[in-house]
Design a protein around this ligand. Structure first.
Ligand SMILES: Nc1ncnc2c1ncn2[C@@H]1O[C@H](COP(=O)(O)OP(=O)(O)OP(=O)(O)O)[C@@H](O)[C@H]1O
Length: 546
């Protein structure tokens, strides 16, 4: 582990080829040594007067300068390659793990933080890496210079060590709260952007009620903005304090070499050489100090990445099916005394569902009715095996649905949720016949505003009802044996609603599909084979309609 443990561990464990990371470290060190050694040659030549300006010294200088330039350039170009490959791999890793976890696990996660890690934290690491490599190379050069000083004068070396230790202690003290300030600044910025999001997405409401906008602006956006500004200034001040401490240290060192060293070291040439060294290291020292805050930020970003990965690893997931291609068969589904509680069993405070007993057979239409908050959508998520029941069993074709077969079981369903997500293209349906899509767009009255081009819909800027129709088209194209619709007709006009209940659902039933639909439209209950009434998380009654 290095001084920035999470960042170095990330580079070591996540880069494509750990050997590449090792060669990068070697080249970085070599560039620092070459820079230090070329300084030593300059020193020897200048100190030696005419006798030092020889061809071998020139060749040695040229060789060291070439090594420095080549290794520095190599290290920087490899850094870009290694870091970008590493970040691509991290993103892929996180996204793959994310895809496989349970819905309940994702619900418990802060989705914004997840997106933030994939975008902001990866960006911070990408931006900081070059500074860190140059800073590390400068640190090696500084070490080399210290040892070079030791070869010239042990007393000067001890003086240097004492001053460096004092500078490090002072620097660490001055930067002690820098991480806390940076975290607080990020938190204020997060709140600031949350408030701005309310302004952007609640724009219509704010236009109608300007007092909402005034309150949001005066008491939140400006407040968090001022807080973030103060913290960023504080953090910059602290960085400048660190920089000033390193510069102070530099002048103290110079003064000690010029004024104190002559008391103990009589050889003027040695004093001159050490003075040159100190003047020479001023630049690399500043580069090193400037790289430190970048390293702290990159380390914090790496910590976030580690914690998100650890969380994803610990999240529950179903086994992925070995074959997703073969269509699973559906003969029967049964919910046997199924129970569930929102917020997990430990909480004991969440909404409880069940025990629920329910059977589904091929080719029937089942409506689920009930008041708001009675548990209809939760029941659908249990039926879809997206929530793990607390008790009871979900039985498919006579066998229990468990983590090893849940993903396969879910392939039986096409769904339009009440809070559905509309995808811009037909993901997973590459071979769809465009003629069939055009036909469905016509049937749902969308053909004039939406075109299906190159596997994608030309626009998603539609009314709420139209967006739902497009989601329905996607579900129909999936052509699964069971179709689940959560209040699909709620946003439809009278014609479309009538079409849904009196044409579409009977047509799907005639094709042998099973329909499970949440609905409040009691005048169409006659379309269903069964209507299930939910009340406070339980099935109050089931009514056969035929
Ligand atoms: N993710 C969640 N976490 C915690 N509680 C939840 C969650 N989702 C729903 N609930 C709670 O579960 C209860 C049932 O919600 P559900 O969405 O199943 O009802 P519903 O019958 O579909 O309601 P509506 O007709 O309004 O859509 C509600 O009291 C709700 O607060």
């Amino acid at each position: 582990m290095g001084p920035i443990p999470s960042y170095t561990a990330l580079i070591r464990d996540k880069s494509d080829a750990p050997r590449e990371a090792l060669s990068l470290a070697l080249m970085t060190a070599l560039s620092g040594i070459a820079m230090g050694a070329s300084m030593a040659v300059v020193n020897a030549v200048v100190g030696g007067g005419e006798a030092g300006a020889t061809l071998p010294n020139l060749l040695l200088f040229a060789l060291l300068a070439t090594i420095f330039l080549w290794t520095r350039n190599y290290a920087l170009s490899r850094t870009a390659i290694i870091v970008q490959a590493m970040l691509t791999r991290i993103r892929e890793n996180i996204v793959r793990k994310l895809r496989d976890i349970d819905l309940q696990a994702l619900d418990a996660m802060n989705r914004e933080r997840l997106i933030g890690t994939l975008s902001h934290d990866c960006f911070v690491i990408s931006e900081a890496s070059e500074s860190i490599v140059i800073g590390a190379s400068s640190a090696v050069m500084l070490l080399f210079s210290a040892f070079y000083v030791a070869t010239l004068s042990m007393f000067a070396f001890i003086m240097l060590c004492v001053l460096v230790c004092a500078a490090i202690i002072y620097y660490r003290r001055s930067q002690r709260s820098s991480r806390t300030i940076l975290d607080a600044a990020s938190e204020s910025e997060r709140r600031l952007f949350d408030s701005i999001r309310h302004l952007v997405y609640g724009f219509r409401e704010i236009k109608i009620a300007p007092e909402k906008g005034d309150d949001l602006l005066d008491n939140y956006i400006l407040g968090y903005g001022a807080q973030a500004r103060e913290l960023r200034i504080q953090s910059q001040r602290q960085f400048l304090k660190g920089l000033a401490s390193s510069q102070t240290f530099f002048y103290m060192l110079l003064a000690a070499i010029i004024f104190i060293l002559p008391q103990y070291q009589v050889d003027r040439l040695v004093i001159e050489k050490i003075t040159y060294i100190i003047l020479f290291i001023a630049g690399p020292m500043e580069v090193f100090v400037r790289a430190l805050p970048e390293a702290i930020k990159a380390n914090a970003a790496a910590e976030h990445i580690w914690s998100v990965e650890a969380w994803l690893d610990s999240a529950e997931r179903d086994a992925q099916p070995t074959s997703l291609l073969a269509d699973p068969e559906f003969h029967s589904i049964g919910l046997r005394e199924l129970t569930f509680e929102h917020g997990g069993a430990e909480a004991g405070q969440g909404f409880r569902v069940g025990p629920i007993d329910l059977s589904l057979r091929p080719g029937e239409i089942v409506f689920i009715a009930g008041g708001n908050g009675s548990g209809k959508s939760t029941l659908l998520l249990l039926l879809l095996a997206l929530y793990r029941p607390l008790g009871g069993q979900l039985v498919w074709n006579g066998a229990a649905v468990r983590p090893h077969n849940a993903a396969r079981y879910r392939q039986l369903f096409s769904v339009v949720f009440a809070d559905f997500h509309l995808f811009d293209r037909l993901y997973g349906l590459r071979d769809t016949d465009p003629g069939r899509v055009d036909d469905l767009l016509r049937r749902f009255g969308l053909d004039r505003m939406v075109k299906f081009v190159d596997g994608a819909f030309s626009t998603l800027d539609l009314s709420t009802g139209q967006r739902k129709r497009l989601a329905m088209i996607g579900a129909l194209l999936e052509n699964k044996p069971i179709m689940v619709f959560d209040e699909w007709a709620a946003d439809q006009d009278v014609t479309s609603r009538d079409y849904y209940y009196t044409k579409l659902l009977p047509e799907l039933k005639a094709q042998g599909k099973t329909i499970v639909a949440v609905t409040h439209d009691d005048r169409y209950y006659g379309v269903a084979d069964r209507v299930i009434y939910m009340e406070q998380g339980s099935i109050r009654s089931q009514e056969a309609r035929v």
